[in-house]
Design a protein around this ligand. Structure first.
Ligand SMILES: [Zn+2]
Length: 170
């Protein structure tokens, strides 16, 4: 199983190659790229690589992706408790969504707490332009899939894992 450093090298190498190809396609007029696409994709890819790695399922111990959160690293410990290493957290579709969902849940809890202290607090509605959506989705999922491929985890992993869990509990 590749270490965190190898995962980072693979992801950054792939990103550099993609960026070079995109720059070339844009410069030569082959495929002009909007700056929103480039920015959305890059930001989501880097966040997915460094902050939302599938290996956060190891957050009960010491793991690179948790260390990057600095003082906030502890927020991933419950996630590491719930998700076994290379289980559902390492599935292709649900896995990346579990980390986003977990983070959204924490933010909602935090907001709820803040609202009990300051009842006049209003939820900030993110006015996200839909042109950001697909580049962000593509950047985030690609960063996750490169990790899974390097781990040797195929796209069927999630289903197998869910089925295995059900047949064990029977
Ligand atoms: Zn992994």
């Amino acid at each position: 199983m590749p270490s965190g450093r190898v995962h980072n090298l693979i992801n950054i190498g792939t990103y550099s190659a993609l960026a070079a190809a995109a720059l070339y396609a844009d410069r030569t007029g082959l495929w002009p790229i909007a700056w929103t696409d480039a920015l959305g994709f890059s930001a989501a890819f880097l966040i997915g690589t460094f902050l939302l790695s599938p290996d956060l399922d190891l957050a009960t111990g010491r793991v690179d992706s948790k260390r990057r959160w600095g003082l906030l690293g502890f927020i991933w410990v419950p996630y590491g408790r719930v998700f076994s290493h290379r289980g559902l957290s390492h599935s292709w579709v649900l896995g990346p969504l579990t980390r986003l969902g977990y983070l959204a849940l924490l933010l909602a809890l935090l907001f709820g707490l803040a609202q009990t202290a300051w009842p006049e607090l209003r939820r900030p509605l993110p006015a996200l332009d839909e042109r950001w959506l697909w580049p962000v989705v593509a950047g985030y999922f690609l960063s996750q899939w490169l990790h899974l491929m390097a781990d040797g985890v195929g796209p069927g992993h999630g289903w197998r894992h869910l089925r295995g869990r059900r047949s064990r509990s029977r």
